[in-house]
Design a protein around this ligand. Structure first.
Ligand SMILES: N[C@@H](CCC(=O)N[C@@H](CS)C(=O)NCC(=O)O)C(=O)O
Length: 215
């Protein structure tokens, strides 16, 4: 059996860590987590000691270093079945949807950073609202075409990639359709998410700049 160590950032703020952690929990493989506090003096050196990427998440598999959430997802999908859709067309579609999140939606990532403890209804920047509308329309289209409750029927890696987006809709009161609202609730009542969220609520590490967004 592989010896797995997942390096993560803070529960409240590290969206890429949440994705990798949730997917790894879905595999049911045993692993240990090591947290590196982000944005404290010396944190970059601590990240660079773990991998050249200088970011989290990083998965160490028997000494092999995987420094990216999507690569970690692919490792998990090789290790256990059913993390991607079985149907070839849906598999490719899910990959495209994940790629879109992994490389895009920069406004929402920049202007509505993941902050699980946060709830605000203040006005958000126009480009952030535009992306939120685009994401809600994309979810609607996928949920309408498939049987739900997830984007590709059963839970897949695609849902893990949109989980921290769902939390941003909640944190910043971003407008969404009724169907997207149901999907957000589905993602945010996932047992593994609830476990992570409880850890975020108990965490004392604070990023003042992130907490000041839309005050
Ligand atoms: N493409 C990377 C992005 C990882 C990333 O940006 N992680 C953030 C935390 S959520 C980080 O490590 N930030 C620290 C920094 O950039 O200094 C992935 O998918 O894993």
């Amino acid at each position: 059996m592989s010896n797995l160590t997942l390096y993560i950032g803070n529960y409240n703020y590290s969206s890429w860590s949440l994705r990798a952690w949730q997917i790894l929990r879905k595999t049911e493989l045993p692993f240990q987590s090591v947290m590196i506090d982000l944005d404290v003096p010396g944190y970059k050196d601590a990240l660079l000691k773990v991998s050249d990427a200088g970011t989290v998440p990083v998965l160490d598999v028997n000494g092999a270093v995987i420094p990216d959430s999507l690569a970690i997802a692919e490792f998990c999908a090789k290790a256990v079945p059913n993390l991607w859709p079985k149907d070839e067309a849906l598999w490719a579609e899910a990959k495209a949807v994940v790629a879109k999140m992994h490389t895009g939606f920069e406004a929402i990532r920049r202007e509505a950073p993941m902050n699980l403890r946060r709830r605000t209804q203040g006005p958000m920047p126009v480009d952030c609202l535009k992306e939120a509308a685009e994401i809600s329309a994309m979810w609607d289209e996928l949920l309408g075409r498939h049987d739900g409750p997830f984007l590709f029927n059963d839970w897949t890696i695609a849902d893990a990639f949109y989980l921290p987006v769902a939390t941003r809709f909640e944190s910043y009161g971003l407008p969404r359709s009724t169907r997207s609202d149901v999907y957000i609730s589905e993602l945010m009542t996932d047992e593994h998410f609830l476990e992570w969220e409880a850890l975020a609520f108990a965490e004392t590490h604070i990023l003042p700049e992130t907490d000041a967004v839309n005050l």
